[in-house]
Each structure stands twice: as structure tokens, then as C-alpha cells.
Design a protein around this ligand. Structure first.
Ligand code: ATP
Ligand code: MG
Length: 437
């Protein structure tokens, strides 16, 4: 019946995760009834629209391939819901209505809906719509980018070199991978990653986090600055922010960043207060930056023991300002303190670090021992062999830039809020793969 089963690129490739949003019970039941005959579908039903658009990401988490939205209960809001799902690239949207209204259908398509179903549904209408989506290719490729790589740099102690390493790692990653790379400076309140890269930026993380209720891909794009290497940068504010951002806001920023960039690099400073945010979820690659001093190693030991012991290869230790001549502890003692061998040693070269800071030339754009080691880190991170240096061959002009449409949205201030999802009732007895909310 459907071509999903034959198409390896089909959403869900086998199992299709469908969210049905229908405030009107009768119409929702009609659609759910039609879906019940669809093999391999895992269906979640919601009996109301999300109270606010930023509740959508929670509604659609857990592998959502297709969202089917009732238009008639509140057509204007339903259109906003469709637009928001489409803007976030999070799933393919189908809408349904009891009226065959051409004008409404056109508006739905413009908002990003792929299919418009008219009630009463003729048999097989849903299966045909799902099959057409699979033939045209799912819009969920973008959503699948959420699995793209996140690299978080955390210092065992302030001043360990997190910003130096994270910002130059990000430039190297953009250069070496030729893929969309974003550096986010969360080293609040006064992070200096952009300064390290010689950039003057207009907007900052504060604009994103204070307006998280309306944050989406296009809004985020207006806040970014572009480095000559191709790296996009969301800088830290130039002044003290008025309050601390809720973890929800940081989670949302990261989710949108990961949907839209191949690689997201975060300068987390020494911010342990973010340990329960998505920054440190299981998929994040954490680089713990330390130095060979007793207090830095002691802190690193505690951090690994308390938070990162079970992270395996997703934790890498970086020993910065390493100088074999001057270390008091040898490699064995350092490995013992860290409970694991050091993954990366960044040489101590104050003159180079200082010069590049003062001239605002990223280390990554020259060939010093520090930059070569950071480049090796970046090459491994993006799956390239560590020692083959493509930087000289590719040059900036040979590099593919990450193209991201930047609409002319002006950041607006907005109130922070944390709205609940539609109330959840006990799952109905519709059998496995079908839940009602
Ligand atoms: N490998 C290195 N060799 C010599 N100097 C370095 C090296 N790495 C960093 N530095 C210097 O150490 C100082 C602190 O570095 P950086 O600002 O990167 O640390 P940080 O961990 O981000 O600090 P903060 O906690 O203030 O955010 C800077 O002056 C920098 O130039
Ligand atoms: Mg810093």
C-alpha cells in the first residue's frame, strides 16, 4: 500500500512516529481511525494545540517524523503551529480540515504544510499522503541533524585556557570540515571568545536567552556574526546581563543550533551550574580543560568522579600549557589524578597566545605548536585523519561556506515564560504504538 517500507529514506525508515494534534475530538478520531490502519505507525495524540509555540519542541521530542494538525479549531493559530514546526525543520506537516477552502490550503502550503486533507477522509487518503511525502523525500532530514555533534569545553578552574582552546578549535573545525560550524560563548557573564577571534559583535547570547520564548532558527540567525574562516559565532554579552538564564532557555538555544549546524562548539567557561542542561547530555562531547597544577588537577579529578566517570570517549581531557620541562608531576601521576590518560596536551607558549590575542589573529590561522595540536583535535572531531593538514591546500576561498538564509528579523524583547504542555491523560487502550495526550 505505502512506499514507506521500500524507501530507506522514508521518515522513520520502517517505524513512522506520528503526532496528531486535534482539539476537536470527532475530527481527531476520524483521522486517528484512518491512521490505525497504517502499518508501522507510532501515534501520539494531543487533544489541544500547544498553549505556546515554544511548547512544541517538547510535544515533538522522541522521534517525531510527521505532525498532523487540525486546522478548523483555530485556523490562525494552527497556521502558526505549522509554520513553527516547519521553521524548526522538526517534522513533515500534514493538515486537515472539514472545508475544502482553497485560500486556506494555499496559506497552509506557504506555512510549510506538505499535504492538505479534507474530511471526511476517503479510505487510504492518509496512506497516500504519507506515501507522497516519502517519495518527495522527508522534511525530517533537518530534524535528524539534532544528532549532529556538540563539543563542549569546560574548565577545571577559571583561567585554564578554555576560551583560547574552544575558539581556536571552532575555527579549525570550520576550516577543516568545510561544514556549518557555530561557536556559542556561554562563558557568561563576560565571555571573550569573539574578542579572541578579533570580532566585534552586535548581538549576544543574552538576546537569544532573554527571548527564548520566540527563539527559532531565523531569529537565531539574526544574532550571529560570521568569522572570515566561515565560523558562525554567538558571542557573550559585552556587559553584565540582568539575570541568569533558565536552563530551559539554554536547552532551546542548543536544540535550534544543533538542528541548523553540523557542529556546535560551546565555550562553557567553568560553569558547573549548567551541568543539568542539554550541554552535558549523553550525546555531547565534553573537553575538560585543565593544567598540570595541583589545584587544577584536583578539580578535574572531582569533576570526572562526580559527573563524567561514565562518559567514556565522550569525555576528553585537555592538559593546557603543558611543558615537559616544568611539570612537577609526570604523565603517570597526571593520569592517576585524572583517572585516565590525558587525551590532548597543548604546549605552553605564552608569547604566541598573547600575540594572537593582541593582534586578534586566531591561533588556528597560523602554524604554531599550539595551533597544530588544536587543529589535530578538530580534525579528529570531524572524522578526518589527524595529521593530514588540508588547511594550506583548501585556503579560505576553496572552502564551502555554510549557507543559512538570514531573514531580516529584528530581535525583540520578550517575556520569559514556562508554559505547561497540554494536560496528559492516561494512554487510551489503542494498543501498542498509540498514546493519547
Ligand atoms: N597554551 C597556552 N600557552 C600560553 N598561554 C596560554 C595558553 N592557553 C591560554 N593561555 C593564556 O592564558 C590566559 C587565560 O586563557 P583563557 O582566557 O583562554 O582561559 P579561560 O579558561 O577561558 O579563562 P576564564 O576562566 O577567565 O574564562 C590568556 O592570557 C591566554 O592567552
Ligand atoms: Mg574564558
Amino acid at each position: 500500500m505505502s512506499s514507506f517500507s521500500q524507501n530507506p529514506d522514508a521518515p522513520g525508515a520502517g517505524v513512522l512516529h506520528i503526532v496528531l494534534i486535534g482539539p476537536d475530538e470527532q475530527r481527531r478520531n476520524a483521522v486517528a481511525g484512518a491512521l490505525a490502519g497504517y502499518p508501522g505507525g507510532v501515534i501520539r495524540e494531543f487533544s489541544s494545540y500547544p498553549p505556546h509555540l515554544d511548547n512544541l519542541s517538547r510535544m515533538l521530542e522522541h522521534n517525531c517524523d510527521v505532525v498532523i494538525v487540525d486546522l478548523d479549531s483555530d485556523p490562525e493559530y494552527a497556521l502558526e503551529v505549522v509554520e513553527s514546526i516547519y521553521a524548526n525543520g522538526s517534522a513533515t506537516v500534514i493538515v486537515y480540515s472539514a472545508q475544502a477552502n482553497l485560500e486556506l490550503a494555499v496559506r497552509c502550503m506557504r506555512a510549510g504544510a506538505r499535504e492538505f486533507l479534507t474530511l471526511p477522509l476517503v479510505p487510504a487518503a492518509i496512506a497516500d499522503a504519507l506515501a507522497r511525502i516519502s517519495i518527495r523525500g522527508p522534511a525530517t532530514h533537518q530534524a535528524r541533524k539534532t544528532a549532529r555533534k556538540l563539543f563542549v569545553f569546560l574548565g577545571a578552574k577559571g583561567g585554564c585556557g578554555v576560551t583560547t582552546i574552544a575558539s581556536n578549535f571552532a575555527v579549525s573545525l570550520a576550516q577543516e570540515s568545510c561544514q556549518g560550524t557555530l561557536l556559542i560563548d556561554l562563558g557568561l557573564p563576560l565571555g571573550d571568545a569573539a574578542l579572541n577571534l578579533g570580532m566585534v559583535t552586535e548581538y549576544s547570547t543574552v538576546n537569544a536567552l532573554e527571548n527564548h520564548s520566540r527563539l527559532d532558527a531565523s531569529f537565531l540567525s539574526t544574532l550571529l556574526a560570521r568569522h572570515s574562516s566561515g565560523l558562525s559565532v554567538l558571542a557573550a554579552p559585552g556587559d553584565f546581563p540582568s539575570g541568569q538564564a533558565p536552563l530551559d532557555a539554554i536547552d532551546k538555544l542548543l536544540a535550534i543550533a544543533r538542528q541548523n549546524f553540523d557542529f556546535v562548539v560551546v565555550d562553557a567557561g567553568s560553569r558547573l551550574d549548567l551541568k543539568n542542561s542539554a550541554l552535558f547530555d549523553d550525546s555531547a562531547n565534553v573537553y575538560l580543560v585543565t593544567q598540570a597544577g595541583i589545584s587544577e588537577l584536583r578539580n578535574a579529578n572531582r569533576l570526572i568522579g562526580h559527573f563524567f566517570a561514565s562518559r567514556g570517549p565522550r569525555l576528553q581531557t585537555v592538559l593546557n600549557r603543558y611543558s615537559p620541562q616544568s611539570v612537577v608531576l609526570d604523565d603517570k601521576q597526571i593520569a592517576k589524578a585524572l583517572t585516565r590518560p590525558v587525551d590532548w596536551k597543548i604546549p605552553d607558549d605564552y608569547a604566541t597566545a598573547r600575540r594572537t590575542q593582541n593582534t586578534a589573529t586566531p591561533l588556528a590561522m597560523e602554524d604554531s605548536p599550539i595551533s597544530m595540536e588544536i587543529r589535530r583535535m578538530a580534525r579528529r572531531a570531524c572524522g578526518l585523519s589527524e595529521d593530514q593538514d588540508t588547511k594550506k591546500h583548501a585556503g579560505f576561498l576553496g572552502r564551502a561556506l555554510h549557507l543559512w538564509k538570514i531573514p531580516s528579523t529584528t530581535p525583540k524583547s520578550g517575556e520569559a515564560q514556562d508554559d505547561p504542555l497540554p494536560s496528559i491523560s492516561a494512554p487510551a487502550t489503542l494498543g501498542p504504538g498509540h498514546a493519547k495526550f
